[in-house]
Design a binder for this molecule. Structure first.
Ligand code: NAD
Length: 465
């Protein structure tokens, strides 16, 4: 497994181990990018940008060809994804397909060009121009689809890219990089690998003109600080602590089934999933009963095994975090209704867990847990639930569940997040902007919104026409 720099495999002197979260055993080794290789990737990206930025038709056809090559190896990519990330193979296949479809959608998008004051003496053409070299930095929960979303937006916009996966999940990305060697012009997309320090070096590098980052709030703030001195353009997709409010007229069994499927998908490691569940007192006990039953029915295991619905957490530190947050909540008065104890044996497994008698002050409620432990909070009054849901430094997505369309709409209008859902959660319609409020991010991804964040406006004024 090698990095891709200037359209070629880049052998590395130093490597680090990558682990399979389902077994805890070493899966493979991944390269550590050297200073010289980083310099080479930046140099080649800047050079490749000269021709690439001026040829939109080439960019479209190259994106299509790259997507076709990825589709040809989709099975291999999905298996690699499950092995390094842990998610069930079916979910891995969905992620690979989604990533390829995102690239294909970018290949069909047109960059906006507005003509203003067409009747006056001066006509203004308002278009977009690329930022230049974009540093793309990826987390470990959706390594492939997030990488493809950033690549598609940056490349269609006329930028060139130096991309770095999470050190926990480099395999699928480096395989995708190998498939880019024959399908993208040399240098337009470079795939590196290394630790957090490599991410930091990418952001600080003087050649980088824009950074598109997905990850935690703490790292996002560090990226923003590092980018500020050079006023690099920034897109930050950060954490979420999504509230879901279940109204008194909701059907507890139906809502519990939906919430169980959503909250424990990808082992709860999704920025935009349900992480705090506010349930009206009148249906609280019934909903907790249904949800716990559903959670206990989920088949947990190695994502490569048929029928498994939830895999392990992706890494040991995340398992430790969930174990600690649940133990702390129980110490503070929460009650375990399902799950609640890490599995013995190898792998980073933790069962789907439902906690009742949770309160807003507990860390498992106030912070982003990012794992399969869902706190349920009782409320008496809908206004109170809305206030509690909005009382967060995060503002990524949220949802409201019930029957009466007017009440659903009224509550939805008052939820203060970038995306608000009615009777659903964790949905992304292609082309819709995905952006968080407050500490959940800066700028947006998704369709043309992703391109706008990685390009600047360009105005051409023409007199006398
Ligand atoms: P992380 O912040 O630890 O790491 C993300 C990436 O940033 C990795 O590639 C890492 O090597 C790199 N990195 C770390 N420190 C850096 C620095 N100072 N400068 C530059 N790069 C640095 O996040 P994670 O643990 O990999 O991912 C989980 C987090 O990502 C969660 O908070 C989750 O909510 C968030 N996330 C957000 C979205 C979104 O679209 N809003 C999507 C997925 C994940």
């Amino acid at each position: 497994m090698q990095q891709t720099i200037d359209g070629r495999a880049a052998p590395s002197e130093h490597c680090y181990p990558v682990f399979n979260p389902a077994t805890g055993a070493q899966l493979t080794t991944a390269p550590i990018c050297s200073d010289h290789q980083l310099a080479e990737a930046m140099r080649t990206a800047a050079q490749a940008g000269v021709a690439w930025s001026g040829n939109e038709p080439l960019r479209r056809s190259a994106l299509r060809t790259f997507a076709d090559a990825l589709a040809g190896d989709a099975g291999l990519l999905a298996e690699a994804l499950t092995s390094e990330q842990g998610k069930p193979l079916g979910e891995a296949r969905q992620e690979i397909t989604a990533g390829i479809e995102i690239l294909r959608a970018y290949a069909e998008l047109s960059l906006p060009l507005d003509v203003l004051a067409a009747d006056g003496p001066i006509t203004s053409q308002v278009g977009r121009q690329p930022c230049g070299v974009v540093a793309a930095i990826i987390p470990w929960n959706f390594p492939f689809s997030i990488a493809m979303s950033k690549l598609g937006a940056a490349l269609l916009g006329g930028n060139t890219v130096v991309l770095k996966p999470s050190p926990f999940t480099p395999v699928t990305t480096l395989l995708a990089g190998a498939l880019s060697r024959e399908t993208l012009p040399a240098g337009v997309a470079n795939f590196l690998s290394g630790g957090d320090d490599l991410g930091s070096a990418l952001v600080r590098h003087p050649t980088t003109r824009a950074v598109t980052f997905t990850g935690s709030v703490a790292s996002g703030k560090a990226v923003a600080r590092a980018a500020a001195s050079d006023l690099k353009r920034l897109v930050l997709e950060l954490g979420g602590n999504d509230a879901a409010i279940v109204l008194p007229d909701a059907d507890p069994a139906a809502v519990a089934a939906d919430l169980c499927a959503i909250a424990f998908r990808n082992c709860g490691q999704i920025c935009a999933t349900v992480k705090r569940l506010y349930v009206h007192a009148s249906i609280h006990d019934q909903l907790v009963g249904e949800l716990s039953w559903q959670a206990n029915c989920l088949k947990v295991g190695n994502g490569m095994t048929d029928g498994v619905q939830m895999g392990p957490l992706q890494n040991q530190a995340q398992l430790q975090r969930i174990t600690t947050l649940v133990a702390e909540a129980v110490d503070e008065g929460a009650v375990i209704a399902a799950g609640g104890r890490a599995h013995d044996g190898p792998g980073y497994f933790y069962p789907p867990t439902v906690l009742t008698r949770a309160t807003d002050g507990m860390r498992i409620v106030a912070e982003e847990q990012f794992g399969p432990a869902l706190p349920v909070l009782r409320y008496e009054d809908v206004d109170e639930a809305v206030t509690r849901a909005n009382n967060s430094t995060f503002g990524l997505t949220s949802s409201v569940w019930g029957t009466d369309p007017h009440t659903l709409r009224d509550v939805a209008e008052r939820l203060d997040t970038g995306v608000v859902n009615i009777n659903t959660h964790d949905v992304q319609i292609p082309g819709a902007p995905f952006s968080g409020r407050r500490w959940s991010g800066l700028g947006a991804e998704g369709g043309i919104h992703g391109v706008l964040g990685l390009t600047d406006a360009r105005v051409l004024n023409i007199a006398g026409q």
